[in-house]
Design a binder for this molecule. Structure first.
Ligand SMILES: Nc1ncnc2c1ncn2[C@@H]1O[C@H](COP(=O)(O)OP(=O)(O)OP(=O)(O)O)[C@@H](O)[C@H]1O
Length: 263
C-alpha cells in the first residue's frame, strides 16, 4: 500500500506583493501501484507539485500524505515517510557527480536514505540495483561520462531505487533523451513498476508518452487541475476545452506507439 495524496495544495514563490501562486488548491491522488500522469503547458505547476512531495518547496497550504501519513512537516514521522518518495529529474547529465563512479553514487544514495550495510552488502546491493536497470554490474567503477544519456538516466533510476522507495516521481525523465532511447527508459519504468510494485507520478508534456505509461492522468493549467481520469478517456474524449487543445496539438495522438524493448 502506498497511496500518495495531495489535498488543497497551494504553493507560492516569493513574498508579499511579488508572490506568485504556482499551485492553487490542488487535490490529486496517485493510487497505490498506479501510474498517474501529470500533463500541462510549461509553467503550469507540475514540477512544483513534485518538489513539494520531497520537501524541496514548502506549501503555503494543504497537505501531502503517504498512506495517510503527512510527508510535508518537520516531524520525525514526516521525514521518515518522505524518504519513501524519490524524485527523478529530467537531466541525467547534471544529476550525477561527474567525478564519482556510478556505483559510489548509488551507494551514497543508500547511505543518505539511512540504510546501514556492511561493505560487502553495499557492493552486492549496488550490483543488484545496476542489474535491475539493465546495466552491467561490472561497470560500477565507471564514471558517468562513460555512459550514454539513456544509460545515465537508468543509473539515476537505480540511485532513486537505492532508497527502497514506494513512490517514484518521474519529472520529464525522457525529455532530454534521443527519441531512440526514450522507449528503453519508458519500458524500464513499466517493468520496475510491476516488479517492485511502485506507485508512480509521471510528469511529462508528451501526451504519447503519457498514454503509453499512465493508467490515469491529470491535466494542469495555471496551477490548477482542469481535468482528471483514465488516460484513455481523458486523451481520447477530453471534456475540458484546454485538454482538447492539448490533444489537438498532437497529430499522432490516435496511433499506437511501439517503444521497443529494454536492452
Ligand atoms: N524557484 C522558483 N522561484 C520562483 N518562481 C518559480 C520557481 N520555480 C517555479 N516557479 C514558477 O512557478 C510556476 C510553475 O512552475 P513549474 O516549474 O512548477 O511548472 P511546470 O509545469 O513544471 O513547467 P515546466 O514544464 O516548464 O517544467 C511558473 O510560473 C514558474 O515560473
Amino acid at each position: 500500500m502506498s497511496t500518495l495524496e495531495y489535498s488543497g495544495m497551494t504553493v507560492r514563490y516569493g513574498h508579499g506583493a511579488g508572490a506568485h501562486v504556482a499551485v492553487q488548491g490542488v487535490d490529486l491522488t496517485v493510487a497505490s501501484g498506479g501510474v498517474h500522469g501529470l500533463v500541462g503547458e510549461s509553467g503550469s505547476g507540475k514540477s512544483t507539485l513534485a518538489a513539494a512531495a520531497v520537501g524541496l518547496v514548502r506549501p503555503a497550504a494543504g497537505s501531502i500524505r503517504l498512506d495517510g501519513t503527512d510527508i510535508v512537516g518537520h516531524s520525525a514521522s514526516a521525514r521518515t515517510a518522505r524518504r519513501r518518495v524519490q524524485l527523478i529529474f529530467q537531466d541525467p547529465f547534471s544529476a550525477l557527480d561527474p567525478r564519482m563512479p556510478v556505483g559510489a553514487s548509488i551507494a551514497e544514495a543508500m547511505r543518505a536514505a539511512g540504510r546501514r550495510r556492511t561493505r560487502a552488502e553495499k557492493t552486492r546491493r549496488v550490483e543488484e540495483l545496476l542489474g535491475l536497470v539493465h546495466i552491467d554490474p561490472a561497470r560500477a567503477e565507471d564514471l558517468p561520462a562513460a555512459f550514454s544519456g539513456g544509460q545515465r538516466q537508468r543509473v539515476t533510476i537505480a540511485r532513486a531505487l537505492a532508497a527502497d522507495p514506494d513512490v517514484i516521481i518521474a519529472d520529464e525523465i525522457t525529455s532530454a533523451l534521443d527519441v531512440s532511447v526514450q522507449g528503453v527508459v519508458l519500458n524500464l519504468l513499466r517493468e520496475l513498476r510491476a516488479e517492485l510494485n511502485l506507485t508512480i507520478l509521471f510528469i511529462s508534456h508528451n501526451l504519447a508518452v503519457v498514454r503509453y505509461v499512465c493508467d490515469t492522468v491529470s491535466v494542469m493549467r495555471h496551477g490548477r487541475i482542469v481535468e482528471s481520469g483514465d488516460t484513455g478517456s481523458v486523451l481520447s474524449a477530453p471534456r475540458d476545452p484546454y485538454t482538447r487543445e492539448l490533444v489537438a496539438a498532437v497529430p499522432v495522438m490516435g496511433e499506437r506507439f511501439d517503444w521497443g524493448e529494454v536492452s
